[in-house]
Ligand binder design. Structure first.
Ligand code: GLA
Length: 377
């Protein structure tokens, strides 16, 4: 199976952690449809850790917790499918999941069969409690093979947090996406650190297997499992989402969709950012770090149809100015062309015809443009 864009959907972990249930998951599926998120591409509803009993059954099968999922997992999958959505679940390459539930180590084939029986379309595969001395590549590959052996199309979402240089080998295991970072928290510092840690890995993302920067914290407003009250507002959410789109990450919403604010919904649906995220060419951005402020930067990304995206990001904790010379991306002033740009949040249009641009940015803010080349008169 090939997937041709970074997966989009919703995942339970960031808000709900262990506090998951059939009712809540079905509510989220309803909301994805009602809020128009399905129509713009959010299609996977993923249950993360903490869904099973602590013990396997007498046939070595993992069993869904009947208190959380009283009608069994197949019923949840059927409900999600009835909404025109796809159903995702979670396991772990280690002996136990990160929260201490049974992991799939040495049970890969039987577990893949269980997931296929449930009607799963997507499996997130974590890395806690992986036995020392074993080779992660072989065990991710084992699950890659086990999923294929079921005969069902299941997206394989590897999650070993970028350890063991996984960007260099994960494609060979059949993974369709792979977490390249530790866990996100609802802090701008976390967004910044994840982003900076990717600058040297972006070249490894390509059609069919995407670099996963972790689930989104946009709109959590301090509530939930990885929530931190007061540390992120709409500017931070905006920059977070725009960075994930510029870097072509999977977009897994982590917030409670029953209380999502309209501003956040607009962000999730921003058509230009979604287009940048899933552009069919899957180009990584060129990153230009600005000398005038510690971590403000510009990113340039080729898009299909001879267009491009140009983003300016202030990752610093003070207002900053991103300096930009087209020359920094190899674009000469005497090419006979200028750059015509439209900002994706405000619609403002500008033309870069000259050599030097200063883009003032508030703390943690960004500007992202979609552009095309224009002939100079
Ligand atoms: C790890 C993963 C998280 C989440 C938790 C669940 O920390 O990186 O995304 O799945 O496990 O326990």
């Amino acid at each position: 199976m090939i997937i041709n864009k970074p997966p989009m959907g919703w995942n339970s972990w960031n808000t709900f952690g262990d506090n998951i249930s059939e009712k809540m998951v079905c509510d989220m599926a309803d909301k994805i449809v009602e809020l128009g998120l399905r129509d713009v591409g959010y299609e996977y509803v993923v249950i993360d850790d903490c869904w099973s009993l602590l013990q396997r059954d007498e046939n070595d099968r993992i069993v869904a917790d009947p208190e959380k999922f009283p009608n069994g997992m197949r019923a949840v999958a059927d409900y999600v499918h009835s909404k025109g959505l796809k159903f995702g679940m979670y396991s772990c390459a280690g002996t136990l999941t990160c929260a201490g539930f049974p992991g799939s180590f040495d049970c890969e084939f039987i577990d893949a069969e269980t997931f296929a029986d449930f009607g799963v379309d997507y499996l997130k595969y974590d890395f806690c409690n992986f036995p020392e001395g074993k080779d992660p590549q072989l065990y991710y590959n084992r699950m890659g093979m086990a999923l294929k052996a079921t005969g069902r199309d299941i997206v394989f979402s590897a999650c070993n947090w970028g350890t063991h240089d996984s960007h260099k080998w994960i494609r060979s295991t059949g993974a369709h996406l792979y977490r390249s970072t530790g866990d996100i928290g609802e802090r701008f510092n976390s967004v910044r650190n994840i982003s900076l840690s990717q600058y040297d890995k972006l070249q490894y993302s390509a059609p069919g297997c995407y670099n996963d920067l972790d689930m989104l914290i946009c709109g959590m407003d301090g509530i939930g499992n990885v929530g931190h009250p007061g540390l992120c507002g709409d500017i931070q959410y905006k920059t977070h989402f725009a960075l994930w789109c510029m870097m072509g990450s999977p977009l897994m919403i982590g917030t409670d969709l029953r209380r999502v604010r309209p501003e956040i919904l607009d962000l999730f649906k921003n058509p230009d950012l979604l287009r940048i995220n899933s552009d069919s060419e899957t180009r990584p951005p060129i990153i230009i770090e600005s000398p005038s402020c510690s971590v403000a930067c510009a990113m340039f990304k080729h898009l299909s149809d001879n267009q491009f995206a140009l983003g300016f990001f202030n990752l610093a904790d003070d207002p900053a100015v991103a300096d930009f010379r087209p020359h920094d991306i190899g674009f000469p002033i005497n090419s006979g062309f200028g750059l015509k740009l439209r900002e994706v949040f405000t619609g403002e249009t500008i033309e870069f015809l000259n050599d030097y641009h200063r883009v003032p940015l508030d703390t943690h803010d960004c500007k992202v443009y979609i552009g095309e080349y224009v002939e100079k008169n």
